[in-house]
Design a protein around this ligand. Structure first.
Ligand SMILES: Cc1cc2nc3c(=O)[nH]c(=O)nc-3n(C[C@H](O)[C@H](O)[C@H](O)COP(=O)(O)O)c2cc1C
Length: 380
């Protein structure tokens, strides 16, 4: 833990404002935006903040234990890094930073199918903390190959994303002219030029490429691969989920669930758990906040599968809130990217430090030394 950084950037919001000043406008807008009028992005955050926990006092000396077991692996804390695509557009080499943070802090990092680094380079860097996220391709041979590559690279857990049945319009990204690769216009060059550290890092690293997918398109052209991805995804249905279950030997989670019946059916199809998520408000602006959807799913599964939670988490206190409402584990997407874009490797590590410090402080002030008991701190 770096005490100087803790004072300089005491919250994820401080890292986000530094990241915004360092990233070109199109990269920032890709990262930070939601869809539609972004009511879902705001709802995720405010609904979490509205969850109250009631402290219990006079418990004497407390020994806090944050270690959490998931599928036979011990993680040092009940949080991890959610899959984020097109990562190199936000900061070059970001996947390697996230992988190192995961390895150092012993927390999971889930690599996206559409990240800009491949499982072969990221799996070993995570030192056993790597997971792999699959956007379901129509072509089952491609699916099998992706799963084999993830497994061979040491990724322990498969996350299959359900909540992107089609592309979302994302108006803010359209306004910012986000495109892959970035458009070669005067505006784009100008936007990159006024962010010299990003531009120098990009020149040194090369423009972002979809390394994982190049094999299936026999091309390194990102526009071509982007079009290929859009054409080759889905339809994702229950049969597809069952087939994927047959092909993946390790734990499998379905990501993007908001409906208790869907969650139950995922478990019936052989999933080991679900991730309650609305993709950080990036797909459907009318969706409930994930913290609003969580209790009904926890109630439906009632211990039959593991429940992970994401969307809107920005602090250790938010992690406490999600655990209290029925989650077993929590993921953050934007939070870790803000940190890495703000300060590089130090920033990605700093997000883990901030979350640990905030968890410790809030659990201590609640009088709770076991995060698994947080439900008993909800108001009567
Ligand atoms: C820039 C960006 C890219 C994302 N790409 C993916 C992806 O490739 N696959 C996926 O399953 N989820 C993706 N997500 C969703 C995240 O995994 C996660 O659900 C979301 O970020 C959680 O919300 P938060 O950012 O408020 O923590 C992405 C999110 C962001 C912000």
């Amino acid at each position: 833990m770096n005490p100087e950084l803790l004072n300089q950037y005491p919250s994820i919001a401080d890292l986000a404002s530094r990241a915004r000043r360092r990233m070109p406008h199109f990269s920032w807008e890709y990262l930070d935006s939601g869809t539609g009028r972004e009511t879902c992005v705001a709802r995720n955050i405010t609904a979490l903040q509205n969850i109250r926990l009631v402290p219990q006092f006079m418990k004497g000396e407390q020994t806090l234990n944050l270690a959490t077991d998931l599928f036979g692996t011990r993680y040092n804390a009940p949080f991890g890094i959610a899959p984020v695509g097109l990562t190199g557009l936000m900061w070059p080499g970001i996947e390697q930073m996230l992988a190192k943070t995961a390895a150092r802090y012993r927390i999971p990092y889930c690599l996206s199918t559409v990240a800009t680094a491949d499982p072969e380079s990221i799996g070993p860097a995570t030192d056993g903390m790597g997971w792999f996220q699959l956007y379901p391709p129509k072509d089952t041979a491609m699916r099998r190959d992706l799963l084999e590559r993830a497994s061979a690279a040491g990724m322990t857990t498969l996350v299959i994303t359900a909540d992107t049945p089609m592309q979302s319009r994302r108006e803010r990204q359209r306004r910012a002219e986000v495109s892959v690769p970035p458009k070669r216009t005067i505006k784009t060059y100008w936007r990159a030029a006024i962010r010299p550290s990003w531009s120098i890092a990009t020149l040194a690293h090369g423009l972002p490429r979809f390394h994982t997918l190049e094999k299936y398109v026999s091309s390194t052209d990102v526009a071509e691969i982007g079009a290929f991805m859009n054409a080759s995804m889905g339809p994702f249905d229950w049969t597809y989920l069952e087939q994927t279950r047959q092909e993946w030997q390790g734990p499998m989670l379905v990501k993007g669930l908001l409906n208790p019946q869907d969650a139950r059916r995922c478990i019936d199809c052989g999933a080991d758990g679900v991730i309650v998520s609305n993709h950080g408000g990036r797909q459907f602006d009318g969706a409930p906040a994930t913290i609003e959807a969580l209790p009904a799913i926890a109630n439906e599964l009632a211990g039959d599968g593991v429940i992970l939670f994401d969307s809107g988490v920005r602090s250790g206190l938010d992690i406490c809130r999600a655990l209290a409402m029925g989650a077993h584990f929590v993921l953050l997407g934007r939070g870790f990217i803000y940190g890495a874009a703000a300060l590089g490797q130090r920033g990605s590590d700093h997000v883990a430090d901030l979350l640990l410090a905030d968890l410790e402080s809030n659990l201590g002030n609640l009088g709770c030394n076991d995060p698994a008991t947080l439900a008993s701190y909800l108001p009567a």
